[in-house]
Every structure is written in C-alpha cells, then in structure tokens.
Design a protein around this ligand. Structure first.
Ligand code: 0GY
Length: 308
C-alpha cells in the first residue's frame, strides 16, 4: 500500500499520482531507482528562498513505500533546486534508508571539506550542476569547476541537467570536467525532432567522444508530446520517446541509468502513473541483459561500487 496522503495542494503544480498501478514489468532483483527526490516536510526542512517553484512535501516514507510497491531495491535521491544547497531533507532520507539509498547533493563554493566529509558519510556520491534556466540562476563556471575538482578527490561524480539546445554552448565546460559526468533525462531532447536529426546526433556524439559521460534515460513524461495514451489496448505510453531512449540504451548499454523522478516536480499538464513508467522500461531496454545493466549493474557500479 502506498501512503500518498498530502497535507495540502500546491497551486500550479500537479500532485503526484495517488495510486500508482502495479507494474506488469518485473524489474530484475536489486534494481535501483536512480533519480528521485524527497521534499520537506517544509516545517522541518524549509524550501530555499531562491527557489523557482514550491513543491508539496514528499516524504522519505512515501518514497520508500513507492520503491517497494514498484519492486525496486534501492534509490538514488537527487537534490532538487527547490531545496537549494540545503541537503538536509535528502541526508535525513539517506540516514533512514538502512543503506538502501545514496544521494546527489548541491554544493556551493563555501561548503567546507568537513561538510563534504559529512555528506560522504551519509551516502552522497555526486554533485548536481543545473543549467535549466527556468530552475536556477546562473553560477559562474569557474565556481563549478572548483567544486568539481574538490569532489573528484572524494570519488564523486557530477550530474548535469540542461536542455538540448544549450549543449553546444556548454560542451567545452562539460568536456573539461574531471569526473564521471551523468546527464539527466538524455539532455532533454525535443522528441518531435528526428532521432537521427542534428540535435540528438550532437548528444550521441557527446557521449561517444567522452567515455566518462553517462546518461539517465528517464522522464519520458517530461519529454513526450504524444503523452501516456495506450493504443489498441496495447501499452504504448510515451511512444515518441521510445526511439530516443532505446537508441541510448543500445548504443551505450554500460553508461545508462533509469529513475522514476518521483514526485515529478513542476509537471503542470500530466502526472505520470509510476507503474506505467516502469512498464515503459522493456520498450527501451528490450532484453534481460540490457535491463540488468540499466537497472542493476550500472547504478550499482556508480553508487555502490563496494558491493560489486
Ligand atoms: C527533475 C526535473 C525538474 C526539476 C528539477 O532540481 C529540480 O528542481 O530537476 C524539472 O523541472 O525539469 O529532474 O526533477
């Protein structure tokens, strides 16, 4: 049973799906949801003053219940912009996950080495640099590069979030990063364009030329124009995203990750059924071997290498 009760509605942002279906697709044992969030509770962990949106509270208990409902074993909890660089809500979730969650933090230049060590102890293994203009204000590149150099020493990686149209301009900065680099949501391609058109080809080239770059093949619900419709009784949700995500999984089978993105902040038109999102996986990872790499081997190598 997934406990989905919320204390209040959030204007301008849809609440997450109340009763996610039980996926028909059984994820392999040890599967990792490698992109999800916790928010608040705001009385204990207030949202950042500089935030661009206010989510509704989404607790660690609700996240862990969803994990179990969908058949996953572990979570990677990613710091979202609404909490700024205050990682306490996420760290609290990690501290209550009994080793079954790791995290990606937001770190600023003034974070001390002692702060970073505390985050490492809690299970943080990466920092997130966000370049999506509607979500964050500009941070100077030299500041980000300085942070990247510091977290490299801890064996962490950098998660980057950007829109496809901005890749050309960000390319030199990204390729200068000294760590493993993980791209959120395939670099947000415009899926109404061709999968072999110039925009997505640039992203494929970026991954091909830079073997330290990985990608999450997540968020079909954010990228899709066709939406979650089922056709002829067949599960055909987000079908316009399938060629993009499948191409990624088949071209870079050892460098892809998957996540629910629960509780799906900032979605204003359509809120996905998380069970349906899981049923999307076999459309993009079509063999048991690809599914195992995507859901188990790759995230374990990145977030729990000591168990591999
Ligand atoms: C996501 C996507 C979004 C939000 C954030 O940090 C964030 O606030 O990443 C978005 O609005 O596209 O990955 O949760």
């Amino acid at each position: 049973m997934v406990e989905t009760a919320r204390s209040e509605k959030t204007p301008g942002w849809l609440d997450w799906y109340e009763n996610p279906s039980k996926p028909r697709f059984k994820v392999p044992p040890g599967a990792v949801d490698a992109h999800c969030h916790v928010f608040g509770p705001k009385d204990k962990f207030p949202y950042a003053p500089e935030r661009k949106y206010t989510p509704c509270d989404a607790s660690k208990e609700q996240l862990f219940a969803l994990r179990d409902h969908l058949g996953f074993s572990r979570n990677v909890i990613v710091q979202a912009t609404c909490h700024g660089a205050d990682n306490r809500a996420m760290v609290d979730a990690l501290n209550h996950a009994h080793g079954r969650a790791r995290g990606v933090a937001t770190v600023r230049r003034d974070s001390s080495d002692a702060d970073l060590r505390v985050l490492h102890e809690a299970g943080i293994r990466g920092v997130r640099f966000n370049f999506v203009r509607r979500l964050v204000d500009f941070t100077p590149r030299e500041e980000l590069m300085e942070i990247a150099a510091r977290i490299e020493k801890l064996g962490w990686h950098v998660v980057i979030y950007f829109e496809a149209v901005d890749l050309a301009e960000l390319w030199d900065f990204f390729t200068a990063l000294p760590t493993t680099v993980v791209v959120d949501h395939m670099g947000r391609p415009d899926v109404s364009k061709a999968v072999d058109g110039p925009e997505f080809e640039r992203f494929i080239k970026f991954m091909t030329e830079n073997p330290n770059v990985w990608s999450k093949v997540s968020c079909p619900e954010r990228l899709s124009v066709s939406g979650p419709v089922a056709l002829n009784g067949e599960q055909n949700a987000y079908r316009d995203v399938v060629p993009f995500a499948r191409r990624m999984v088949e071209t870079f089978p050892d460098r892809v990750l998957w996540g629910t993105d629960w509780p799906h902040p900032n979605l204003k038109n359509h809120m996905p059924d998380d069970g349906l999102l899981v049923d999307f996986i076999p459309q993009i990872a079509t063999t048991p071997e690809l599914q195992r790499k995507l859901l188990v081997e790759n995230p374990m190598r990145l977030y729990w290498p000591e168990l591999c």
